[in-house]
Design a protein around this ligand. Structure first.
Ligand code: ZN
Length: 336
């Protein structure tokens, strides 16, 4: 189904031509009705008795009027319904699911199979609920009745979870190196940054540079940042910290490396095998200094600071706020 949905989404509106171009083959007599009629796109997907029952069943309770509309207008009506954004995703999926299931039913009947309107309705509900669960993991109660489901969607309010995120200095005798990569466009103009701080939280060195060799993805920039940090500073007992869960797991060899960064990662592994290096993950809010520096490189050019006094004022503010252990607040939707 996903390829079909993707194509439909890309084309925005499934006009007759589009559907024909995608290889929807129509016969002269329909298989969807007890008394066969001429089989057209309008008939199969909208005008046949079964199609009408299905559209009315879903459109009515959703407050969408489809009388006298063409198929493309029906789909647009669903897509443009003024509902809040939680419901919008579902409303955009519903007409696609309906069209797809009507097409599958038509093919089943063409091969001599059977599928009642009730079963069809159930299959559509099933697809909608699967889609919804994939999008909203915290939506546990999913009634198989369309009217009840709509009610539940309208009364749904997301639960927010607030966590405190702090940058923590390394233990005495250790250095901490935060790294970050920025990519505008992903892939697009990219930069890497890193900064080294001691157990007091004082800045030892910071650098950021644009990757002028071309356009890169976020992951490539993240990996490059780590490699640059390791290459630049031959420090034993260093904690490398960034906000990429992927990079942490790749560096610790728990996950496979994405192929785009395999060369960079192998170089990182080689250096790590020669020194005592720990890997740590911090949420974005605890990695603000290097995030700021990576963007600085893209806005104003390559940047190096050898001491706190060297740093631009906003960088100094971030260092001081990290040192004072002022937590940042991370607000997100509850999952599970
Ligand atoms: Zn028919």
């Amino acid at each position: 189904m996903s390829f079909f949905v993707w194509r439909l989404w890309q084309a925005k509106l499934p006009l007759d031509d589009t559907l024909k171009k995608w290889g929807f083959q129509f016969a002269s007599r329909c298989s969807c009705c007890q008394t066969p009629q001429e089989e057209t796109i309008a008939h199969v997907f909208l005008r046949s008795e079964v199609a009408q029952q299905i559209w009315k069943h879903f459109s009515g309770p959703a407050g969408i009027k489809i009388e006298r509309l063409q198929l493309s207008q029906v789909i647009t009506a669903w897509w443009e319904a003024s509902v809040n954004h939680h419901i919008k995703i579902i409303y955009q999926a519903v007409p696609i699911v309906i069209v797809w299931e009507l097409w599958k039913r038509r093919n089943t009947l063409l091969r001599g199979g059977k599928l009642s309107v009730n079963s069809l309705r159930y299959k559509i509900m099933h697809s909608i609920i699967l889609f919804m669960k994939a999008r909203r993991k915290n939506f546990k109660y999913a009634p198989y009745n369309w009217v009840d489901l709509l009610k539940a969607l309208h009364t749904y309010t997301p639960k927010l979870r607030i966590t405190q995120v702090c940058w923590r200095p390394p233990d005495i005798g250790w250095m901490k190196c935060n790294t970050d990569g920025a990519s505008r466009g992903n892939p697009g103009r990219s930069s890497w940054s890193f900064c080294l701080r001691n157990a007091n939280g004082d800045l030892v060195f910071a650098q950021s540079k644009e990757m002028k060799e071309g356009n890169f993805s976020n992951t490539e920039a993240e990996a490059k940042a780590i490699l640059q940090a390791l290459r630049h500073m031959e420090i034993n007992q260093m904690v490398v910290e960034n906000d990429s869960m992927l990079m942490k797991n790749v560096m610790e060899k728990k996950w496979h490396s994405p192929w785009q960064i395999i060369n960079t990662v192998e170089e990182i592994w080689r250096i790590m095998s020669e020194r005592t290096i720990l890997v740590s993950h911090v949420f974005r809010e605890g990695n603000k200094l290097v995030d700021f520096l990576a963007n600085l490189a893209l806005d104003r050019g390559d940047y190096t600071a050898n001491s706190f006094q060297d740093l631009v004022i906003w960088g100094r503010k971030l260092i001081n706020s990290d040192k004072s252990n002022i937590p940042y607040f991370r607000i997100r939707n509850c999952k599970g």
